[in-house]
Design a protein around this ligand. Structure first.
Ligand code: IPM
Ligand code: MG
Length: 357
């Protein structure tokens, strides 16, 4: 089979980590006899510099015509003062929305080899943890009406959180179905004690729960969830939540795995075409220095094989290689902890992973 992949390398460390993932995909292609055809497209700050817009039409067109999209990261201080519609982050939100990728899967698993990197007490992580955060990705406050105006206290700004039953239902179903394939536990996170949008979210989830009686369902308020994630992370299996809560809680979950440089994500819609990206950002402070951890992007490529191309064996092969490399003690600088080992650079870590595939 030939698979068409759009590469959105983006800004900061984006190009380096996407190159690592491409090297891994090429190794998989050779090993399992597949053909991956790549097309580089611009999005984010680099696209603004080249074309005056963070998400050029051409990029959207190529992404829509591809079988899936692999993205590095966008943004950086250079573009921080642009008006909001020209900011690099707009490209990311625009891509998610234009491709109708309403579900974002963010798995957070503790690698036993990295338990010393986990900032939590050993007794808390004795059982490890293995959760998937299902983040709603094309609705809520990141896409709601916003603006500035004069209010009773002078100048003010507002953003709106709004969810329709349809939006909650479609992401809710993905979460229930994922729970059915895992440990059959689903927690829905909201702020229903304060927000009307959360009350509609909760009502909708309760209605869905009746259709998935094999799944043990519960609700949790987001402030409590932030606490439970560090108090007892092993209680979570599948978590479903809104765009903003998912954004925040997935960063928290990444930290307890040891490093934000490890966590992949898959953005999915109703078709097979998805977008795959690490959950971390563009890390401008280490860009171009061969320091970034490529693992999150490499694991994102594995998710692409699994979810967009139905290549489970190939995805397993990448995930096992990463686990083996970590078990063998190879480390990038973000997962070095107190050890006095010499960290591997992005390229060297990639090379070791290639050797293990
Ligand atoms: C993420 C990022 C993005 C988001 C930003 C860069 C727009 O934080 O993917 O988590 O908020 O979704
Ligand atoms: Mg984020």
């Amino acid at each position: 089979m030939i698979y068409k992949i759009a590469l959105v390398k983006g800004d900061g460390i984006g190009p380096e980590i996407v190159e690592s993932a491409v090297a891994v995909l090429n190794k998989i292609a050779a090993k399992f006899n597949h053909t991956f055809k790549y097309k580089d497209v611009l999005a984010g700050g680099c696209a603004y510099d080249a074309t005056g817009h963070p998400l050029p039409e051409e990029t959207l067109k190529v992404c829509k015509e591809s079988d899936s999209v692999l993205l590095g990261a966008v943004g950086g201080p250079k573009w921080d003062n642009l008006p909001s519609h020209l900011r690099p982050e707009k490209a990311l939100l625009g891509l998610r929305s234009a491709l109708n990728l309403y579900t974002n899967l963010r798995p957070a698993t503790m690698h036993p080899a990295l338990k010393d990197e986990c900032p939590l007490r050993e007794d808390i992580t004795a059982n490890g943890f293995d959760m998937v955060i299902v983040r709603e990705l094309t609705g809520g406050i990141y896409f709601g009406e916003n603006g500035r105006r004069m209010g009773p206290n002078g100048k003010e700004a507002y953003d709106t959180e709004c969810y329709s039953v349809m939006e909650v239902e479609r992401v809710g179903r993905v979460a229930f179905e994922l729970a059915q394939k895992r440990n059959k536990k689903l927690v829905s996170i909201d702020k229903a004690n304060v927000l009307e949008s959360s009350r509609l979210w909760r009502e909708t989830m309760h209605r869905l729960a009746k259709e998935y009686e094999d799944v043990e369902y519960s609700d949790m308020l987001v402030d409590n969830a932030a606490m439970q994630l560090i108090r007892n992370p092993s209680q979570f299996d599948v978590v479903v939540t809104s765009n903003m809560f998912g954004d925040i809680l997935s960063d928290e979950a990444s930290m307890i795995t040891g490093s934000i440089g490890l966590l992949p994500s898959a953005s999915l819609g109703s078709s097979k075409c998805g977008m795959y990206e690490p959950i971390h950002g563009s890390a401008p402070d280490i860009a171009g220095q061969n320091k970034a951890n490529p693992i999150a992007t490499i694991l994102s490529a594995a998710m692409m094989l699994r979810y967009s191309f139905d290549l489970a064996k190939e995805a397993d092969c990448i995930e096992e290689a990463v686990t083996d490399v970590l078990n063998a003690g190879y480390r990038t600088h973000d997962i070095l902890g107190n050890s006095n080992k010499k960290p591997l650079g992005t390229r060297e870590m990639t090379k070791v992973i290639l050797d293990y595939i």
